[in-house]
Design a protein around this ligand. Structure first.
Ligand SMILES: [Cu+2]
Length: 140
């Protein structure tokens, strides 16, 4: 009786190991087809220096160091190098805790240090807000 039960337990243990082995190989197979997520690489890290530019034409942009448009930032403090290249446009950044702008009639460079919190931020040229603008998200 006891010996039969031991044999049954051993048998179940062997079966369980066999199933676990199958499960393990399935996991490995699915791991090789894992899709890459773009979200992680699109989120710019806190502390990064960004570039804000407006002009000389009807162009406005906020870009990462590699020249790509800022789309998602991690919450934190950033340095923004601003280049206002036109006396007909300005760069105006707004969002939670931030309201920074250059003069419309002035030109030149400036450096802003801004602390961004989770939420939506917006930048625009005030005289041409409907056509010269952009948005990005800050994640907590
Ligand atoms: Cu403008």
């Amino acid at each position: 009786m006891t010996r039969t039960r031991i044999a049954a337990v051993v048998g179940l243990a062997v079966l369980a190991l066999a199933l676990a082995g199958c499960g393990g190989s399935d996991d490995e197979a699915s791991g090789t087809t894992e899709t890459t997520t773009t979200e992680a690489t699109d989120t710019t890290a806190s502390g990064t220096t960004l570039s804000a530019s407006v002009g000389p034409g009807f162009e406005i942009s906020l870009t990462n160091a590699d020249g790509s448009d800022v789309t998602t930032l991690a919450a934190g403090t950033y340095t923004i190098d601003v280049d206002d290249q036109s006396d007909a446009h300005n760069f105006h950044l707004t969002g939670t805790g931030v309201d920074e702008m250059t003069d419309v009639g002035g030109t030149g460079t400036d450096t802003w240090t801004v602390t961004l919190e989770a939420g939506s931020y917006h930048f625009q040229c005030d005289p041409h807000a409907s056509s010269m603008n952009g948005d990005f998200e800050v994640t907590g």
